[in-house]
Write a protein that binds this ligand. Structure first.
Ligand code: HEC
Length: 138
């Protein structure tokens, strides 16, 4: 086998391994959020992709005018988004970007920042789980 094809095999094996690891990590993040959601709301009955979709699209009055998650992340989570300074943001949909929602510190950091900006408060555990559930099916 030539070197380049060996390299191609090694590279695709690496990709398969990282995609295979991504799902358990995302599941663990969702499991933590589920525990938190039950504590926050005793009536919690599971995450909803539908509520996640609504959260993604709903427009709120931000300090600089109307804003939604989709303002930066794009009208569909399957496409690229854009920061207000015009820098591209990779798609939020897991099908397009399997590494999404796999690093809990990163997930928490951005939920905190973006929920505060859009909703004027942090997201609840239910909202975070709904959002990730919606994106996992996209
Ligand atoms: C002002 C622009 C902006 C808005 C509005 C915004 N985001 Fe983001 N978001 C970003 C940027 C920039 C990143 C980091 C870049 C990246 O992850 O590609 C990010 C990343 C994230 C991540 C991390 C995903 C991961 O890879 O693990 C989550 C979760 C997230 N945003 C949720 C939300 C939610 C929920 C809303 C709406 C309540 C929202 N964002 C609104 C700009 C925004």
């Amino acid at each position: 086998m030539k070197t380049w094809s060996l390299l191609a095999v090694a590279a695709s094996a690496g990709l398969v391994a990282s995609v295979a690891l991504a799902e358990p990590r995302r599941d663990a993040i969702l499991a933590d959020l589920r525990e938190q959601a039950k504590k926050e709301d005793p009536r919690f009955a599971g995450f909803s992709a539908e509520r996640g979709a609504t959260l993604y699209r709903a427009t709120h009055q931000g300090k600089d005018g109307p804003i939604s998650c989709s303002t930066c992340h794009g009208s569909t989570p399957l496409g690229n988004g854009q920061t207000r300074l015009g820098k591209a943001i990779d798609p939020m949909a897991v099908s397009k970007n399997p590494a999404r929602y796999t690093d809990s510190a990163n997930v928490e950091k951005w939920f905190k920042r973006n929920c505060t900006e859009v909703l004027g408060r942090g997201c609840t555990a239910t909202e975070k789980g709904d959002f990730i559930t919606f994106m996992s099916g996209q």
